[in-house]
Design a protein around this ligand. Structure first.
Ligand SMILES: *[C@@H]1O[C@H](CO)[C@@H](O)[C@H](O)[C@H]1NC(C)=O
Ligand SMILES: *[C@@H]1O[C@H](CO)[C@@H](O)[C@H](O)[C@H]1NC(C)=O
Length: 286
């Protein structure tokens, strides 16, 4: 009897103390509230993202085709603009990677790779085709340019700092892969149909990371930590437990990038959003 009464009191107390949770218009990252800043809107499935930080340009690939047949172009948004510009020189541009240090962005399309060089002072930019006859699925930059071909899903590397260099198949990665990245520990991450694998620096062993199996992007932040965008989440790798740790739940996420302060920028089927730490703002009444 006593225990029943005590239980009732406990339940009553906890119900009373339960604060009314306000509905916040934002997203929690590692348990902390972040508000959404809309950087681009009205886009049709902006997929891959990349930033040139010195000129405050956000690049993205997006769909300009019909719902039945995808055609992609590369667009970019300048700081303080929400409307975008399109780089018409890049044929069916889908993949992108950025060498921020050298102010260069690379775009991959159905017929090769292009280099975009920025001149922030005179507001000019130059797009040059640097590789022909390759259909590019995804790209990653670290010292050199790594790219994955379509439809074979083979990984190649290209020494973009030497004129006339030829792409080379990365021998260590025999798998057909969807994404590739190298983090600050020189660990490699690959994804394929089975899911995510980490290849520790100096090792050939593939360690499977449990959890999500469908990935849209792997991106490295300024501290050279790897972040993974799954179907509805952003995760980081827990290298002790060999599993992914979800740090944010984001519905229908595609691309991922980081600004100079490592704020997360992501894309969903229509928008490009930056997440900024903030106090919870109540959703306006509908
Ligand atoms: C963007 O807008 C802010 C505030 O209005 C301003 O301080 C800044 O100079 C602008 N930046 C550019 C690149 O136009
Ligand atoms: C993905 O790669 C892993 C590691 O090499 C391999 O074990 C697995 O069979 C691959 N999955 C597919 C579907 O090829």
């Amino acid at each position: 009897m006593k225990t029943v009464l005590l239980l009732c009191i406990l339940i009553a107390v906890s119900a009373e103390n339960e604060p009314e949770k306000p509905e916040c218009d934002g997203i929690h990252v590692r348990g902390k509230f972040h508000k959404k800043e809309v950087l681009g809107r009205g886009l049709n499935r902006p997929y891959q993202l990349g930033l040139l930080r010195h000129s405050h340009k956000i690049f993205f690939s997006f769909n300009v085709g019909s719902d039945e047949e995808d055609t992609f172009k590369i667009g970019f948004i300048e700081k303080n603009h929400t409307s975008h510009q399109v780089l018409e020189d890049v044929e069916n541009g889908f993949a992108l990677a950025v060498d921020d240090e050298n102010h260069v962005a690379y775009f991959g399309g159905s017929s090769g790779i292009y280099r975009y060089h920025d001149h922030p002072d005179n507001k000019e930019h130059k797009v040059t085709k640097i590789l022909h006859d390759h259909n590019i699925w995804d790209m990653f930059y670290k010292k050199q340019l790594y790219f994955i071909t379509f439809p074979k899903q083979h990984l190649y590397k290209l020494d973009v700092h030497k004129d006339g260099s030829k792409p080379e198949r990365v021998k260590d990665i025999h798998e057909e892969i969807y994404q590739f990245a190298i983090d600050g520990d020189n660990d490699k991450f690959i994804t394929n149909e089975t899911g995510l694998f980490r290849i520790k620096s100096g090792s050939k062993l593939r360690v499977h990371y449990k959890g999500e199996t469908v990935f849209r992007a792997i991106e490295i932040n300024n501290k050279e930590e790897a972040f993974f965008s799954g179907k509805h989440c952003i995760s980081v790798a827990d290298k002790k437990k060999h599993e992914l740790e979800e740090i944010a739940h984001v519905k229908n996420i595609f691309g991922l990038a980081f600004d100079h302060e490592d704020n997360i920028i992501y894309s969903d089927p229509h928008e490009i959003i930056r997440l900024l730490p903030a106090e919870c703002e109540k959703k306006p009444p509908k």
